[in-house]
Design a protein around this ligand. Structure first.
Ligand SMILES: CC(C)(COP(=O)(O)OP(=O)(O)OC[C@H]1O[C@@H](n2cnc3c(N)ncnc32)[C@H](O)[C@@H]1OP(=O)(O)O)[C@@H](O)C(=O)NCCC(=O)NCCS
Length: 264
């Protein structure tokens, strides 16, 4: 039986469909994910009002099963000197049972072959990541789609050219500031962000139950992120940016301990 496949630009009335693509196959009942969903919807609405549609949804027989998320670098409020010709591709996801059938490629091609994309942008960038349990690797997929590693970049910093040559990725050199306590800088672009922020807060409180922990939405408070020269999410402890992420396990815990108790 042939399937009916269609791709739609995100609009206000499709917000729930868009969220369901990411939420359907994961447990979303936890409070942290509910909070992530609320913030992501707010962010998507703002993008629809102030920028351009930041996502496309792929439907199979009227069920939303795939998405691609992207936005102009110029819409990122905390970056210094944004490149007006750069489009960021944040992520793509196709439901597990629908992977490997050409849907991811169709979504990407509908972004890159869009006349608006061709007219406005010379390049697309992505920082690829491969979370466990999500199926085929995004990194392998983006490379198959024509993304290349960038000069002086990390292996997961990839660029796709429409015009011109490869460019260097922005370096993340967060500045130290004079302050006490913990600040978790995050982007509201993923419904699962708060799950990780909450785990970070938990790890910090396990070492010092009294320390103040503040969550900072970098799109809502861009000046705070700009002052620190942040180009992506970051955890600050007593004014110092952390080098390890929550995914680094013991090393992360050791760094938290060292920054909370520098005299130990
Ligand atoms: C990556 C993803 C979007 C690709 O979508 P898809 O519908 O499964 O991929 P397609 O069927 O369109 O494949 C497109 C091409 O990529 C190739 N490809 C896909 N995944 C690949 C992989 N892991 N390795 C090598 N090639 C791959 C296919 O062979 C095909 O190539 P071709 O048409 O040139 O022969 C999808 O598999 C997915 O959602 N994976 C999980 C991604 C993820 O972790 N997202 C973040 C979650 S928050």
């Amino acid at each position: 039986m042939t399937q009916d496949v269609r791709i739609e630009d995100l609009k206000e009335n499709l917000l729930d469909d868009r969220i369901s693509v990411c939420g359907d196959e994961q447990p979303v009942e936890q409070l942290s994910v509910q909070k992530g969903i609320g913030e992501k919807k707010q962010w998507l609405r703002k993008m629809l009002e102030e920028s351009s549609s930041p996502s496309k949804i792929l439907y199979v027989d009227n069920k939303p099963v795939g998405q691609i998320l992207y936005y102009p670098e110029s819409s990122i409020p905390f970056l210094k000197d944004p490149d007006p010709k750069m489009l960021h591709v944040r992520c793509s996801f196709v439901h597990l049972a629908q992977q490997g059938k050409g849907h991811g490629k169709a979504l990407f091609k509908s972004v890159v072959n869009d006349a608006k994309t061709q007219a406005k942008y010379d390049r697309l960038e992505t920082v690829s990541f491969d979370p466990p349990g999500c199926g085929l690797s995004q990194t392998a997929f983006w490379k198959r789609m024509g993304f290349k590693e960038r000069p002086e970049g990390e292996p997961h910093e990839l660029e796709y050219l429409i015009n011109g040559g490869l460019t260097r990725p922005r370096k993340n050199n967060p500045r130290r500031v004079g302050e006490k306590g913990v600040k978790i800088f995050y982007e509201p672009t993923c419904i699962f962000t708060h799950q990780f922020s909450d785990r970070i807060a938990e790890a910090v409180r396990a070492i010092d139950p009294n320390v103040s922990v503040e969550m900072v939405n970098m799109w809502e408070k861009p000046e705070m992120a700009k002052r620190r020269a942040l180009v992506k999410g970051c955890v600050y402890i007593n004014g110092k940016p952390m080098k390890h992420s929550i995914f680094d396990g013991e090393e992360f815990k050791r760094e938290v301990q060292a920054l909370l108790n520098p005299e130990d």
